[in-house]
Design a protein around this ligand. Structure first.
Ligand code: SIN
Length: 282
């Protein structure tokens, strides 16, 4: 018998009594998608899925999406090994600043799945922030401003001023393509998006990939972005996950931001990530 427990007031739910090893039935798929729409992040512990099962679970949420500009596994390019080796010291981590995955694509991922394989004895938590709650409580003058301004996203990657310096942005075990002109071009998205399934509205701006607002320069956009980022990453809207090997987490990439903490130098950390697509944000 499955059970769903909320993890915070705004974001995250833990599902228990769920075994994702057998094929995902239509009823389970419906329950998983409804729970993701409601909670933004799903935590399912004790799964220890192999990559075929991870793919099958990912497909329950949407078609598996192969990401550009980051190398997948040699024998399965749809899967990214989010890996930091023990000897990488305090170099950066993949995803070590608030972001939604690949928001600079014309149609960014609808969601992602992380499957924990090897976890440090402490540290390496991931934090998610609910952008539905962030939008709902945004001061009225910022809501009015966003209603009239779409945002520009660029995938340089990590090319913008709120992201950490280049050498701290990714660990060396992950191969990112740099300087690809296709990734560097500007993509316009609404600053506030609506979830087609639930009708909920969320901020869709992030410090790694959003450079400015359409019609404004970076300098003109900065004071607005600064206020919004301070608001939308507040701990009140967040869930911080302490990983255990075997955990499977799924998140809605349109309704949440996430952040990988970099505090486990000397230990290896490995998770497999898959991504699923959906309709373009509106
Ligand atoms: C990511 O997908 O951004 C990485 C998250 C993590 O390693 O915790």
């Amino acid at each position: 018998m499955s059970d769903i427990q909320k993890l915070t007031g705004f974001i995250g739910a833990e599902l228990s009594g769920v075994d994702l090893t057998p094929p995902v039935s239509p009823a389970l798929s419906e329950m998983l998608n409804a729970a993701l729409g409601e909670h933004g992040v799903l935590v399912i512990r004790g799964q220890h899925l192999d990559l075929d099962r991870q793919r099958a679970v990912t497909q329950a949420f949407g078609p598996v999406m192969r990401l550009p500009y980051v190398a997948g596994l040699a024998d399965d390019a749809d899967v990214i090994a989010v890996l930091k080796e023990a000897d990488e010291g305090n170099s950066g981590v993949f995803g070590g600043a608030w972001h939604s995955d690949f928001s600079f694509l014309e149609n960014p991922p609808a969601g992602s799945v992380l499957n924990a394989v090897e976890i440090p004895p402490y540290g390496g938590d991931t934090v998610w922030a609910c952008q539905v709650a962030a939008y709902a409580s945004l001061p009225a003058h910022l809501k009015d401003f966003l209603a009239g301004h779409d945002a520009i996203h660029v995938g340089k990657p990590y090319g913008v001023k709120y992201a950490p310096p280049e050498k701290e942005r990714a660990n060396s075990a992950i191969r990112m393509t740099r300087g690809d002109p296709e990734a560097d071009r500007e993509t316009v998205h609404p600053s506030v998006v609506t979830d087609p399934a639930t009708g909920r509205r969320a901020l869709f701006l992030n410090p790694i990939y959003t450079t400015r607002f359409d019609g404004l320069t970076e300098e003109e956009s900065e004071p607005f972005l600064e206020q919004i980022y301070k608001h939308c990453t507040r701990p009140d809207f967040s869930y911080r996950h302490r990983w255990q090997a075997g955990d499977l987490l799924v998140w809605d990439n349109r309704m949440t931001l996430h952040y990988a903490t970099n505090d486990y130098a000397g230990f290896r950390r490995l998770l497999y990530r898959t991504t699923f697509s959906g309709a373009r944000p509106v």
